[in-house]
Design a protein around this ligand. Structure first.
Ligand code: NDP
Length: 401
């Protein structure tokens, strides 16, 4: 029986809120708070219209402001804050949770606004403070990071004595019909894909040019797609938490149209985060670009196709070599019919709710700051099957060269 405060009212928050309402018995009260209160009210109206016993309220909050967050948390008195705004706000929200004695969960690690760089070090530095206060902070409970870490913990617990390599394959086979749009926050998405690639090998990270390493893979439910090696935040935490690991790579699929548009936008400077003067005002080109691109939350009705995301593990069991792939296939239109959002938001919002429910039920309530692979994967895997993201095990997967 818990009161939860969701911060953010975008695509991911929309899914998580629907799922909190569906998860009978855990969440009794939900407050949806964001910068633009109208979006929270719209979401509340949709949830109320479906008929629910969960008491839903809304609030306006600037999550960059510690005093505003603290005032809202003191007023609402939630047991957990589910942070689904942007990675820029991670530290402010963690500070607010510490000040008010509330548990914390998010889906993306902290990123400074003025520097396209994400790392766990800033959030890992909160370990002692959360532990001393007896509070839980769960980092990265989306799909990737999130489910990919849970799959890794599950594979290690039940299938392997030792995992030596992990390839994370993220395929979005969805088509929204626009020449160019991003499936989640455009600013965060473009910062991620225009950065240098990086993978972990033999104790160190190897850096590549952006999109330098390309592979082709046949994804069930989607077909053959080109995928590119990117740096992704769970590489840092998995390298630390999976014993015996030698290599971890992350690949994401991109279509030709997306890449051509992105190259063009980069060439003309529209993806830059350096301020430029425009009509006497400083503007950040990437933020302006976000304003003219389709809102990811609006892609739901027009996106068709499926996502196929998961991990290929290679290692040892009982002295023998073993490979295994664990993945989920999610259909954009099915997700839209159920919660009014496309599959990229769906595959992130469902795990956010599951992580929060496990903290509330006590399974994942553990003082300190944790990445999901450090916690018991079994109840999470069970809820993935029950709340819309069933997983598949392939014991003879095609490997990535
Ligand atoms: P959206 O851009 O659709 O939504 C973000 C929401 O946060 C909006 O409602 C926005 O308000 C609100 N917001 C932004 N800044 C503030 C602020 N200062 N104070 C209060 N509210 C604020 O993003 P998504 O829903 O697509 O993504 C949400 C999060 O999920 C992101 O952090 C993203 O990185 C993460 N993510 C994680 C994935 C994973 O697998 N782990 C995959 C996809 C996303 P407004 O409406 O005013 O703009």
């Amino acid at each position: 029986m818990a009161k939860a405060l969701i911060i953010g009212a975008g695509g991911v928050a929309q899914v998580a809120a629907h799922k909190c309402v569906q998860h009978g018995g855990v969440f009794t009260d939900l407050c949806i708070a964001s910068r633009t209160k109208a979006r929270c009210d719209e979401l509340k109206a949709k949830l109320d219209a479906k008929g629910t016993d969960v008491r839903i309220s809304t609030a306006e909050v600037d999550a960059d402001s510690l005093p505003e967050l603290v005032a809202l948390i003191r007023r609402y008195e939630p047991e957990i804050v589910i942070h689904l705004a942007l990675p820029y706000q991670d530290l402010t929200i963690m500070d607010a949770c510490l000040e008010t004695g509330v548990h914390y969960i998010d889906t993306a690690n902290y990123e400074p606004k003025d520097e396209a760089r994400f790392e766990y070090k800033w959030q890992w530095a909160y370990q002692d403070r959360f532990r001393e206060k007896g509070l839980t902070a769960i980092l990265g409970s989306g799909f990737d990071p999130g489910v990919t870490g849970v799959f890794s913990a599950y594979a290690l617990k039940h299938e392997f004595d030792e995992i030596n390599t992990i390839d994370i394959l993220d395929c979005n086979g969805g088509d929204h019909g626009y020449p160019f749009a991003t499936n989640f926050n455009p600013e965060i998405n473009i910062r991620e894909v225009t950065a240098n690639g990086r993978y972990y090998e033999n104790g160190a990270f190897v850096e590549t040019e952006p999109m330098e390493i390309k592979r082709r893979y046949d994804f069930e439910g989607v077909g053959e797609r080109d995928m590119y090696l990117l740096y992704h935040e769970e590489l840092e935490s998995l390298a630390k938490h999976i014993p015996g690991i030698r290599r971890i790579r992350f690949f994401m699929t991109f279509g030709e149209s997306y890449l051509t548009h992105l190259r063009c936008l980069q060439n003309v400077g529209m993806t830059s985060i350096e301020p430029v003067m425009f009509q006497g005002m400083p503007i950040i080109p990437l933020q302006f670009l976000k304003a003219v691109l389709p809102d990811p939350a609006s892609l739901g009705p027009r996106t068709v196709g499926k996502t196929n995301i998961g991990c290929i593990f290679a290692g040892k069991k009982d002295g023998c070599d073993k490979v295994l792939r664990i993945y989920n296939i999610c259909d954009h239109q099915e997700a839209y019919r159920e919660v009014g959002a496309q599959a990229v938001s769906y595959t992130t919002g469902v795990p956010a709710m599951i992580g929060a429910s496990l903290v509330m039920e006590g399974e994942w309530k553990k003082a300190g700051v944790w990445n999901v692979e450090q916690l018991n994967p079994d109840p999470f895997m069970d809820k993935l099957n029950r709340y819309g993201l069933p997983w598949i095990i392939d014991r003879d997967p095609v490997l990535v060269p």
